[in-house]
Design a binder for this molecule. Structure first.
Ligand SMILES: NC(=O)c1ccc[n+]([C@@H]2O[C@H](COP(=O)([O-])OP(=O)(O)OC[C@H]3O[C@@H](n4cnc5c(N)ncnc54)[C@H](O)[C@@H]3O)[C@@H](O)[C@H]2O)c1
Length: 362
């Protein structure tokens, strides 16, 4: 999470999205693709997950220019059954493939009860939770996972075999926010380490190892090194299982063969994702489900805090609260964070000006 910004360091989500759209259109991305990617990056910023926000844009732009992300490609159906679809994303943006895959998945699940859509030949798709939430809009449970470039070693080794493979599970509720578990299977997502590097902060022991296997607190060393799984071998085991669903099963590149958006400049990423939608009504009446979930959530909310003034949060609650705050006040945007976007605009002959809570595109 980024540190709080002064009011004059905030931008409206609309103006930030407009700037991202301009940059993406500037490298030839179709309008709908530019809008989908921009909305995703802005959502990450709104939710306080800046590690998956605009900081990624310069690399996406470089990959489009190098022909390694193909924004014109339209995901195509490789195989299907009533409750399953396998898509080849054609190396378009993972955000575009992900959005389309979950739409398809939810629509199939409304007829079959449960549906799964696998995607191969895709690219980095950002926050897994954004797609899982699409299912909750249709009162279904959404489950999403992806593989990623190898960064995590199996326990007792110093060889990266798996990525920080994310898992998201979203559940509709009766209350203000859905439930959203959305997590990397590493102790923290790579983006958090890159963000610490950008801020000049150190990282705790237990997040990463240097490339030769030494524990490190230096994010620069960690960024070039190995990310440790969450909960040791259990986190690695979970990442392995997600790799099976997202990559082994879909035909995407597996383990060390998966490409990296930052390092693989001679090939596409060929990542795989899996999207699952579970229709609640296929199991129990929606109202019964929501009541039972409310009971469970109340038990969490009533848990006795360890310290006065503390309380328990449900999965995703902190990010939804941050999103509300940032929609109200604007997205924190320091000069330093804005500079790479302005620079991209300059190279393209766009003048993207950052003003308090707004940006002008000319
Ligand atoms: N595309 C990729 O390759 C990739 C890879 C890894 C991660 N990611 C994304 O990175 C993002 C960040 O992942 P992360 O593991 O750093 O997330 P995180 O550690 O910030 O949060 C993980 C989960 O824990 C919950 N949580 C955190 N603090 C809590 C608290 N105090 N009380 C209750 N719940 C709490 C959050 O709501 C969230 O559901 C995710 O959106 C993930 O999808 C993407």
């Amino acid at each position: 999470m980024v540190s709080p910004a002064k009011t004059d360091e905030r931008m409206s989500p609309e103006s930030l999205a407009a700037a991202c759209v301009s940059v993406l259109r500037g490298v030839g991305c179709p309008d709908t693709v530019s809008r989908t990617v921009a909305d995703h990056l802005v959502m990450a910023e709104l939710r306080g997950q800046a590690s998956h926000g605009i900081t990624r844009l310069p690399t996406y732009v470089a990959r489009v220019k190098s022909g390694l992300i193909c924004p014109e490609a339209v995901p195509r159906v490789v195989s299907e059954s009533p409750s399953t679809v396998l898509l080849d994303a054609g190396s378009t943006f993972g955000h575009v493939a992900g959005k389309q895959a979950m739409e398809l998945c939810v629509s199939r699940a409304s007829a079959t009860g449960v549906a799964a859509v696998g995607v191969r030949n895709s690219t980095h798709f950002g926050l897994a939770g954004v797609y899982a939430l699409q299912a909750t809009e249709q009162k279904a449970i959404g489950i999403v996972c992806s593989n990623a470039a190898a960064r995590m070693p199996p326990a007792k080794t110093r060889t990266a075999v798996l990525g920080t493979n994310p898992l998201a599970i979203a559940v509709p509720t009766r209350s203000k926010y859905p439930i959203l578990l959305d997590m990397a299977t590493s102790a923290v997502a790579l983006g958090r380490i890159l963000e610490a590097q950008r801020l000049g902060a150190s990282i705790p022991i237990g997040w990463a190892l240097s490339h030769d296997g030494r524990p490190t607190v230096d994010p620069a060393e960690a960024a070039k090194g190995l990310l440790l799984p969450m909960a040791g071998p259990k986190g690695f085991g979970l990442a392995f299982a997600l790799e099976v669903l997202a990559a082994v099963l879909t035909g995407a590149s597996v383990g060390q063969n998966a490409g990296s958006m930052y390092q693989s400049w001679d090939r596409t990423e060929d990542l795989g994702h899996m999207f699952i939608a579970v229709s609640i009504e296929a199991f129990i009446p929606l109202e019964t489900f929501l009541e039972r979930l409310e009971d469970l959530s109340t038990q969490v909310a009533r848990a006795q805090p360890l310290e006065p003034g503390e309380r328990a949060y449900l999965p995703g609650e902190l990010e939804f609260m941050k999103e509300e705050e940032n929609r109200r006040l604007g997205i924190p945007m320091s000069d330093e964070r804005w500079a790479p976007i302005a620079q991209l605009g300059e190279v393209m002959g766009l003048s993207l000006r950052r003003r308090a809570a707004s940006v002008a595109v000319s």
